[in-house]
Design a protein around this ligand. Structure first.
Ligand SMILES: [Zn+2]
Length: 306
């Protein structure tokens, strides 16, 4: 069964100014790598639809959604925070990025495919109920998870976030939703200034010191993540797939490699085979070294196909 990739040309038109690391070229290098890879024939590319306001309202305040629509500029830039900036195409790109999740959920839950990857930007995992931050406008993965609850009556969904930054937005949106099991590994202390204590039992944080290498990361996966997932028995696993914990990333200081992304993805997929009818839906978050990003995503997708 092929793996479906949801993307859209609108996601290439959103840009936040010269030298911003969250740039359109990120998607271009990934697309190019995937299309030239030996697995290319196993990938089915589909256009991401626009998320509707009703789909966004499941995880964001109505007033916040209207605010984002109202800020969309006809020309030039509108900064929502120093790093999170709208151009005339940002709104449509953000709606496609969340819409990709909705389409991926429909595809996977109707058994058209087992696994899907949303090749989209802007990323989403920093976006909170009523706040854009950290390059994120709408919380794409949360929109997808909420769609799975609303449309397919799921009872247990796991979210694994291995971006180098804590998925604060995803955590805050599902802080009181025990049908979600959230595991986030991240550099600590680091942006966005995470507090580690006082979390409910379905929120699992895995802080990693600057300089953390593969062996410690894999140990955390084996000894912390996998037992949590086996105990939870998810019906579907969502991945916030950020690749900025790579040793070559310019924004952070962890030391992971392409093989670590292959490893964690294989482990997640094994759990999905045992409990979740093999359902895995992954979405691109961070990853800012254009030289290694394509290979990191390729390793992730190869593991999803195996
Ligand atoms: Zn990140």
């Amino acid at each position: 069964m092929p793996l479906t990739i949801f993307t859209h040309p609108d996601c290439l038109k959103h840009e936040m100014g010269i030298n911003h690391p969250e740039c359109p070229e990120r998607l271009e290098v990934i697309s190019q790598k995937l299309k030239q890879a030996s697995i290319a024939s196993q990938l089915e590319w589909k256009e991401a639809p626009l998320a509707t306001k009703d789909q966004l309202k499941r995880v964001h305040d109505s007033a916040y959604i209207e605010f984002i629509f109202s800020q969309s500029p006809r020309q030039g830039y509108v900064p929502l925070d120093p790093d999170t900036i709208m151009n005339p195409f940002t709104l449509s790109a953000a709606l496609r990025a969340s819409g990709a999740q909705v389409a991926a959920v429909d595809e996977v839950f109707s058994a058209k495919t087992k696994r899907a990857f949303c090749l989209v930007r802007p990323p989403g995992h920093h976006a909170e109920l009523h706040e854009a931050m950290g390059f994120s406008f709408f919380n794409n993965i949360a929109v997808g998870v909420a769609h799975a609850f609303a449309q397919y009556h799921c009872q247990r969904i796991a979210i694994v976030d291995f971006d180098v930054h804590h998925g604060n937005g995803t955590e805050s949106i599902f802080l009181y939703e025990p049908r979600v099991c959230f595991w986030s590994s991240f550099q600590y202390p680091f942006y966005p200034g995470t507090v580690l204590t006082g979390k409910p039992s379905h929120i699992h944080l895995c802080p990693l010191a600057a300089g953390t290498r593969s062996d410690i990361f894999r140990q955390k996966v084996n000894l912390e993540l996998l037992p949590i997932l086996k105990d939870f028995k998810p019906e579907c696993i969502f991945i916030s797939a950020g690749f900025d914990a790579h040793q070559g990333d310019p924004l952070a200081n962890l030391m992971l490699t392409e093989d670590d992304y292959r490893f964690i993805t294989e482990q997640i997929c094994e759990i999905s085979d045992a409990f979740a009818k093999s359902r895995v839906i992954s979405t691109l978050e961070g990853g800012y070294n254009l030289q290694v990003l394509g290979n990191s995503v390729l390793a992730h997708i190869e593991a999803m196909l195996s």
